[in-house]
Ligand binder design. Structure first.
Ligand SMILES: Cc1cc2nc3c(=O)[nH]c(=O)nc-3n(C[C@H](O)[C@H](O)[C@H](O)COP(=O)(O)OP(=O)(O)OC[C@H]3O[C@@H](n4cnc5c(N)ncnc54)[C@H](O)[C@@H]3O)c2cc1C
Length: 480
């Protein structure tokens, strides 16, 4: 059932209390419900967008330009899936291992831990079974398969189901404002609505699923006010935050359209092979081509004639044959986990008196190396196989170490901040997403990613959420 706080009983208790009803929280809740476990799902917003909730997402950004934090996510039932684009792909097997000279990119789990949830994740996200990747000769690249969710809006899709189930209570306008604990165990969370109504929710286990910025902000604040078990001693909360930086990297005059496999939204995707990443010291990177209108082709060729006359003349000849089409080439890449990229607490506070988030985010020389080397490999591949010519973006050919600021600064992918690790010295949660130092406090969502590959995060968020629900079920069965 779905209730507001004033409609809900004074005393609330369940097997599991989940805070945050986005892709992560709803997935954990539904899976537990299917396993006949009682759940209370506390959601800060209502069923629709409202300023009174959204304004609590305001925050500051320091470092490189980034989206306004209030518009980079949504704070109501269904979370940011209310405006996500639905691009999906699982992480690559080698994304779970440490990349060359980057030990912090290692996960404490392998792909085997999430693969059992592939089919269920595809069903939830309404994806077709993807075709495999295809290595492109000796280019160091592969064509990679992407899948597209309709996109599934988790709130809309599951509202009726959650309304009809008695074993689950969704509390709307229920903002986390405090906890109670006993030793290493959280015993209750306090939630408050926009009119001052409060409820205490008791449970055997708690899952914080408030998104890739709020998980850090709320934990930092609970730690500051002494409302986390004293045994939770990590100084890493908020650290190693990551995005997938995005940038336009060039235009491609394509002369052999059949060599590309544009999907029904005119996109084709490429990424480096593991061997290429190792030999060129790059991280993972997604290059995607989007075809543009014919007028754009002439413009690009005119530019080419000025900057690279031989290539421009070659392109003119192709155009004469009526074969050319032009595609924009864009990149989105894996960022290195860096200690200084982090979420901290501001002096300014939200409507509940909780310090607002400050995002400190800077791209570095590794970012430039990854995007430059991968794009150059693609340009060489096009020329060598004579399937097209790439006009590289100016900033890529300059020798400096700085990336310019772009309109599209990232993918709205908020990852890291509460990284998963093998030990409390290296992370905030263990391989089961349990906060180190606690016995029953778990995190769900991309804040636990220790590294991010090039794949958009929601597929992996859903896989990990299904896995977390299974883990909770086993834990509760063992302790019954
Ligand atoms: C414009 C846009 C496009 C995107 N496109 C893609 C894409 O193509 N592919 C992809 O994989 N990803 C994409 N994403 C990212 C994707 O939306 C997120 O990865 C995903 O929604 C994260 O799910 P989540 O449940 O972890 O967090 P969220 O969706 O952020 O959900 C968190 C929930 O917690 C609630 N909450 C927050 N604070 C509190 C509190 N104090 N108390 C109680 N509840 C609280 C929120 O209201 C929200 O419902 C996109 C994002 C945006 C913004």
């Amino acid at each position: 059932m779905i209730l507001t706080l004033d409609q809900s009983p004074e005393t609330l208790s369940a097997d599991v209390c989940i805070i945050g009803a986005g892709a992560a929280g709803i997935t954990v809740a539904r899976k537990l419900m299917q396993q006949s476990r009682s759940v209370i799902l506390c959601e800060a917003g209502g069923l629709d967008f409202a300023d009174e909730s959204q304004s609590n997402y305001q925050g500051q950004v320091e470092g490189n330009a980034y989206y306004d934090l209030e518009i980079a996510r949504l704070r109501y039932f269904g979370g940011s899936t209310n405006h996500w684009s639905g691009w999906c792909r699982p992480l690559d097997e080698y994304d779970f291992a440490a990349k060359k000279d980057k030990p912090l990119t290692a996960w404490p789990i392998s792909i085997d831990a999430v693969e059992p949830y592939l089919k269920e994740t595809r069903e939830i996200l309404e994806l077709e079974t993807g075709v495999g990747d295809q290595v492109l000769g000796s280019s160091g690249l592969k064509r990679v398969a992407f899948e597209f969710s309709p996109p599934v809006r988790f709130g809309e899709k599951y509202q009726v189901e959650l309304e009809q189930q008695k074993i689950i209570k969704v509390l709307l306008n229920a903002n986390l404002v405090g906890t109670e604990f006993d030793g290493r165990r959280i015993t209750a969370v306090k939630v408050r609505d926009y009119h001052g109504n409060e409820r205490l929710v008791r449970a055997r286990n708690f899952v914080l699923a408030c998104g890739g910025i709020e998980n850090s902000r709320l934990l930092l604040w609970l730690q500051r006010i002494g409302q986390l078990p004293a045994t939770v001693q990590t100084g890493l909360i908020g650290r190693y935050w990551m995005e997938h930086p995005h940038a336009p990297v060039g235009d491609v005059v394509i002369t052999s359209p059949h060599s590309f496999k544009f999907n029904d939204i005119a996109l084709d995707f490429f990424a480096p092979t593991k061997a290429f990443m190792e030999s060129h010291s790059t991280l993972n990177c997604q290059l995607y081509l989007k075809t543009t209108k014919y007028g754009g082709a002439k413009e690009v060729i005119a530019d080419l004639l000025c900057t690279a006359p031989a290539v421009g003349e070659w392109a003119m000849r192709q155009l004469g044959k009526d074969l050319a089409c032009v595609a924009q080439l864009k990149a989105a890449w894996e960022q290195e986990p860096v200690h200084a990229n982090r979420i901290t607490l501001d002096d300014k506070r939200d409507a509940f008196g909780i310090p607002r988030a400050v995002l400190h985010w800077t791209r570095n020389a590794q970012d430039l190396r990854t995007v430059r080397e991968t794009t150059l490999a693609f340009a060489k591949h096009c020329a060598r196989t004579d399937i097209g010519r790439v006009r590289l973006a100016d900033w890529l050919t300059k020798t400096g170490n700085d990336l310019p600021d772009f309109d599209e600064m990232g993918g709205y992918h908020h990852m890291g901040g509460t990284r998963m690790a093998a030990s409390s010295e290296a992370g905030v949660v263990d391989a089961n997403c349990l906060v180190f130092g606690s016995d029953n406090f778990y995190l769900a969502g991309s804040s636990v990613f220790p590294s991010v590959g090039h794949a958009n995060p929601t597929f992996t968020i859903v896989q990990l959420s299904l896995r977390l629900a299974d883990h909770l079920r086993k834990q509760m069965a063992a302790r019954a």
